[in-house]
Design a protein around this ligand. Structure first.
Ligand SMILES: *Cc1c(COP(=O)(O)O)cnc(C)c1O
Length: 466
């Protein structure tokens, strides 16, 4: 299978090539040139598979031989063995047609482990095969950092640098990153916000001449196609459990960079009978304004109780827009160049297509806390603030159509966000056993100013020699 850039100005690449890079040279994101279509009969066979076996069946055509199947099977099995629930992604019922898909049973307690455990092992395999070393560089609003470090730190072929916005991630999120041991692990606290961190990372990828000879940067944020790929699996897993392909289901997805929900959109295009995809946002509501009012304009960043969704522009939305614009890279490029300078909208026909797939909501902090409290009273379940935004959005959007199952993705464990839980008036959740002593572990990180040159220099002086 080939991967093409959304901006139409780069050569098609194979899986190994897109795994080992970030953006395409023309600034676009890689997407599969075409998608496998899954038949009803195939899905019926898949209904009885365990999580890891289903994952293997779904991803094989996308990997297209870049990793031999026996090796791929080992990588996937090892990855999901790290999860502390036998179902890997358990479904919990909240109400009559209301479900939660718990995606926080991995090592760092957020859904990002689903992709990054596998990505780290895939990288290790490919780099060893090529006898190659690379530098991983990523920006995090909190959860990507620890998941990437956990997924990649065991590889001797990588040096890994993670930027987070100084004092803008939760205490638990920070400690999960800064206590990861290893002389190939580097945490940088940038004196700026998450978008500043993303800007620095993007600029470093665009000009990599500061790196030692023979090294290149690899992205671990959700512009890396392998992350999107691994997230397609749980949409199938959950829907098949609730009656697909015979029955339709809907999903509500707490959304920041649009990587998670984009995987749901791909699952739908592959043939999974998904009715609605609910884009659940916090006060940072650009996607909600677009979906509900055809207004795609950048506003100010708000700091909320759900920091992993505090994002001004969702990078993966470009992948959806590419389809919306008939896969015309030039139209997309023009649209992206006007973004941030003017209020953008799409044609009424295009907007109708958007609404064909997506519903949306924007939930403020107060309603988030009320929802945490309400679900705890109703079900005895403690939601993290991101998942609470998801559940609340699901309820707002399901009002007119409660016949079909609505599955909210529970994207993080509540213990990661003690502040929001306290604000909801509930007692602090306990960390799972493997993180019990997190507070006693030694933290290592460097504070750097919001400056590309400073960050480049830090990387240059800390990368390990051959
Ligand atoms: C990353 C993250 C999100 C947002 O996911 P996107 O793929 O960026 O849309 C939501 N919730 C949690 C807990 C996260 O870590």
């Amino acid at each position: 299978m080939k991967y093409i850039s959304t901006r139409g100005g780069s050569e098609p690449q194979n899986f190994e090539q897109v795994l080992l890079t970030g953006l395409a040279p023309d600034g676009g994101l890689y997407v599969p040139a075409d998608l496998p279509k899954i038949s009803k009969e195939q899905m019926q066979v898949w209904q009885s598979l365990e999580y890891a076996d289903l994952a293997l069946a779904i991803v094989v055509p996308f990997i297209d031989g870049a990793i031999p199947e026996a090796e791929l099977k080992r990588i996937i099995e090892d990855s999901y063995k790290e999860f502390d629930h036998p179902a890997v992604a358990p479904l919990v019922q909240l109400g009559k047609q209301e479900y939660l898909l718990e995606l926080f049973h991995g090592p760092t307690l957020a859904f990002k482990d689903f992709a990054l455990q596998v990505l780290g092992r895939m990288l290790d395999y490919v780099l060893k095969k090529n006898d190659q070393r690379v530098v991983i560089l990523g920006a995090t609003s909190g959860d990507t950092g620890s998941a990437a470090l956990e997924g990649c730190r065991h590889s001797d072929q990588v040096d890994i640098f993670i930027l987070h916005p100084h004092q803008r991630v939760s205490d638990v999120q920070r400690k999960q990153m800064t206590t990861v041991p290893g002389d190939n692990v580097f945490n940088l606290a940038v004196e700026g916000n998450f978008d500043d961190c993303q800007r620095i990372v993007k600029a470093a990828f665009a000009d990599q001449s500061f790196l030692p000879e023979g090294r290149q940067l690899v992205a671990v944020n959700s512009i890396n196609w392998a992350r999107i790929l691994m997230q397609i699996v749980y949409y199938f897993f959950a829907a098949l459990k609730l009656g697909a392909p015979e029955k339709k289901v809907s999903f509500s997805v707490p959304t920041g960079n649009f990587g998670d929900i984009y995987a749901g959109y791909l699952a739908k295009r592959m043939g999974l009978p998904i009715d609605r995809l609910v884009v659940a946002t916090n006060k940072n509501d650009i996607l909600h304004r677009f979906i509900s009012k055809n207004d795609y304009s950048v506003s100010e960043l708000s700091k909320t109780f759900s920091p992993s969704m505090d994002i001004l522009i969702s990078s993966n939305f470009e992948r959806f827009l590419f389809d919306l614009f008939g896969r015309d890279g030039a139209t997309l490029l023009d649209f992206m160049e006007r973004l941030g300078k003017e209020t953008l909208s799409v044609s009424s026909e295009q907007w109708r297509q958007v609404k064909n797939h997506f519903d949306s909501a924007s939930i403020d902090d107060e309603t988030t806390c009320n929802t945490i409290e309400q679900i705890f009273k109703e079900n005895g379940i403690l939601l993290d603030p991101h998942s609470a935004v998801g559940v609340r959005s699901a309820r707002e959007c399901q009002q007119n159509n409660s016949e079909l199952p609505m599955i909210t993705l529970a994207t993080a464990h509540p213990a990661k966000f003690a502040e929001a839980i306290a604000a909801a008036g509930l007692s602090e959740p306990v960390l799972p056993v493997h993180l019990k002593d997190l507070n006693e572990r030694e933290e290592r990180y460097s504070v750097v100013s919001n400056d590309l040159g400073k960050v480049k220099n830090y990387i240059k002086t800390h990368v390990r020699a051959d």
